[in-house]
Each structure stands twice: as C-alpha cells, then as structure tokens.
Design a protein. Structure first.
Length: 166
C-alpha cells in the first residue's frame, strides 16, 4: 500500500462575522462571543484578526495581532489550530503572516504570551525565533462544560522577537 501526500491550498485572510460559526472548534461560546467583540477592534484598526481557510472556506486556524497592548510592537494573541491539523505547518504559516502584517505597519518587534502548561506552543514559538524574557500571571473569562462562566488563571511565559525587514 502506498501513502499519497495531499496538497491543500491554504489562505490567510481577515476574519469576518460570517466565519464565527465555523470557529466553534476554537473555544467555548463565550470565546466565540469575545471574538465577535474583537472584530469591532479589527475594523477600527486596533488589531488584525485572521483566519486560515482551505479552498472550500473551512477554517483551520485563527489568531490576532493586537497593536495596542505593547507600544511599538504587535502582540500575537488567540492563536489556535484545529487539533487534528496541528504539527503540519499551519501555525507557522499563520505566525509568518501575522509578522508580515506587523512589518507592514512599520513595527520591528513581535510579542506574545504562551501558557506554561503548553510546551508544544512554546516550542513552536522558539523554533520561529521568539525568546522568553519574563513570566506573568494571566487571567480571562472561560466557560465550563455546563456553560457556567469562571475566571481562568495561568502562568504565562512572555516572549518576543525582533522582526527582520524583508
């Protein structure tokens, strides 16, 4: 039996409200509602909110770049790749696009926070040239399996990368 390698064309584009139902895989209904609120910030230019889609429009990854969190830098946030498609280069593709968006705004530094209980994500960022410089306790609202909201707290490693001009 011979295994065949499939080629799939992926596109990164601005996330829209029409994409939200197809992003339920990326988090709870509370998270999807937060994404909807963040789209207003994207329309105002405070952030780029991006989605990676297949040729048929199926979302396979998403993430944002916030331009207000760290003055002079873009802050990568909310990166998620469908679980069954991780380790295929999709996250690398998305982060490269986010870095290009930052460069197009004249920024020379990218920042991000990665949960310390997520060594796989940290490994990706380290492979892409991000360097840890501090730690911080972070928190945000989440939703339990029964829909009950709660405050989630976690320790994060703060990372940054100087962006080379192309």
């Amino acid at each position: 039996m011979t295994a065949q390698t499939m080629r799939v064309t992926l596109t990164v584009r601005d996330l829209t409200e029409a994409d939200l139902p197809g992003l339920a895989w990326s988090g709870s209904p509370l998270h999807v509602a937060n994404m909807a609120r963040q789209l207003a910030r994207a329309r105002a230019g405070a952030m780029d909110y991006l989605v990676v889609v297949t040729a048929t429009g199926r979302s396979v990854a998403k993430g944002g770049v916030d331009y207000e969190t760290h003055p002079g830098a873009g802050s990568i946030t909310e990166v998620a790749v469908r679980g069954e498609l991780q380790s295929l280069g999709i996250g690398t593709f998305l982060v490269a696009t986010m870095e290009e968006r930052m460069r197009s705004r004249g920024l020379s530094r990218a920042e991000l926070d990665v949960e310390e209980n997520n060594p796989r994500a940290r490994g990706l960022y380290e492979r892409l040239g991000y360097v840890a410089y501090d730690r911080a306790l972070e928190s945000w609202d989440q939703e339990g399996p029964d829909g009950t909201p709660y405050r989630y707290e976690t320790m994060c490693t703060l990372m940054r990368k100087e962006l080379a001009w192309r």
